[in-house]
Design a protein around this ligand. Sequence first.
Ligand SMILES: [Zn+2]
Ligand SMILES: [Zn+2]
Length: 328
Amino acid sequence: MTRPSVIVFAGEPASSPVPPAPGPAVAATPASSPVPPAPGPAVATTPASSPVLPAPGPAVATSAQIQTLPEKILKDAWAGNESHVLVSIIGPYKMYYWDIKQIGHDMELESEVINAYLAVKVKDFNKENPRRQRATFIDTFEMSNIWNKGTSRLKIDPLDYDVILGIVNDHHHWTLTVMYQGQKRCQLLDPLGESAFKVKRCTEITRRFLKSKGCNISRLKRNSPPHPQQPDGTSCGVFALKFAENILSAEEHISFATTKQAIAEHRWNIATTLIQHTDYLSANCCYCAGQRDEYTYWITCDVCNRWFHHECLGRPPTHRSYICGGCM
Ligand SMILES: [Zn+2]
Ligand SMILES: [Zn+2]
């Protein structure tokens, strides 16, 4: 069997060692055999055809590295594969083939993708920015609350941040809002252009939100910098993310290419970034995203090495290799 080239995901060590489990050693099993519940942390098994060898001492993983190229996931997803197979976890955000498909041509980005991408960009900004500014983002679910009610139960102290980004979905249209608490300023960047009504509404909502978090700002400046506008009916999410990216890179002018081909490239880059920045996937069931534990039977895909609860897959037969929906 030829395997695809190995991609090492962020946070995943090259050789993907699994921490040795305390307690008795657990034998590795051939691929597609359900793994018996083991005491201690979940234990990886070896690929098909590896011999079953009960090892003395703590069990040691031999192969658990997920092997799928981002390009392959992307091409498959954009060609219509919408398998319920997890391809990326970024903090609390989980993306399956379906989510990646939604980044493709003429599709509307959905919340999970928007939030995960903002999480990556904000993390990079906080790690790298030389001016020691702090940024954060409010996720789309909370932003909708704030946009509709002006308040939120979100625990956040605006004084901790120089820039707070929030992408809101207003009538199926993504728009970026930015709060600069220290500068007593807010911005609205609508991929279709800003109406005076919407800018005013954004200012009122921001003021009410900041007040609810203890920042009493009587006068809030507002502006909407010039920016490219979406030329189609589906790219508002892509544009809102590009605006956020431009703002975080402190570019004076918000500019990026907006030809059909350029938008396709932005989509490709967003999807690739999300796949490459995944947290360590081998700790999760790639169906339900649940954490691996010692009380459950597990099965692994013979091609990509993703792990699944045997139960989550509807208990497929274990006498032959299992190949997941992403690899079929
Ligand atoms: Zn599961
Ligand atoms: Zn697979």
